[in-house]
Design a protein around this ligand. Structure first.
Ligand SMILES: [Zn+2]
Length: 168
């Protein structure tokens, strides 16, 4: 039943765990069941395993860290009169996805040639490149450690840059 008390409880639970279950946005995506969009976890499923929640919450933290950094850079540019503040707002919202896509394209190109010349098999190129992404490497590496976000140091994903080829 939709009561004021229920609405407040739903808002509190969403703020604690920003997950949108049975999300129609996630249902539009053919290749994955769950995606983190602008700090909110959207999933096709009606529940998520703790490991999957942890994976997505790691992405939420990465997203916020990138957004804060980009906003600070644009705040300086705005102070110097180089660009309007809304550029920074937009850039900070999108920066995570822009970085994600650029790294993915670079990884795909390198992985493609590696697979072509060393394995003569291109079937896994997309998935291998996805697993080389710094954001994904941290999330997959630490998703089973449910306390990870309690002790994780800011910008830890930076340590994961550098892997461009999955050999297996
Ligand atoms: Zn992920």
């Amino acid at each position: 039943m939709l009561t004021f008390k229920n609405i407040i409880a739903s808002i509190k639970s969403f703020l604690k765990e920003p997950i949108w279950y049975n999300s129609f946005i996630a249902k539009l995506l053919p290749s994955c069941h769950t995606i983190m969009l602008f700090g909110v976890v959207c999933t096709k499923r009606s529940e998520l395993r703790d490991k999957d929640k942890n994976h997505e919450f790691i992405h939420c933290v990465q997203y916020k860290e990138v957004a804060v950094l980009v906003l600070l850079i644009f705040a300086v540019l705005w102070t110097l009169g180089i660009c309007p503040l809304w550029h920074g707002t937009l850039a900070s919202m999108l920066a995570y996805y822009i970085i994600y896509c650029i790294e993915y394209v670079i990884d795909v190109i390198i992985q493609f040639f590696y697979n072509l010349f060393h394995k003569h098999d291109l079937r896994d190129t997309g998935h291998q490149s996805y697993r080389c992404l710094a954001f994904e490497e941290e999330a997959y590496d630490k998703q089973s450690d449910l306390n990870y976000l309690k002790y994780r140091k800011p910008y830890t994903f930076l340590k994961y840059y550098g892997t461009v080829i999955k050999k297996s």
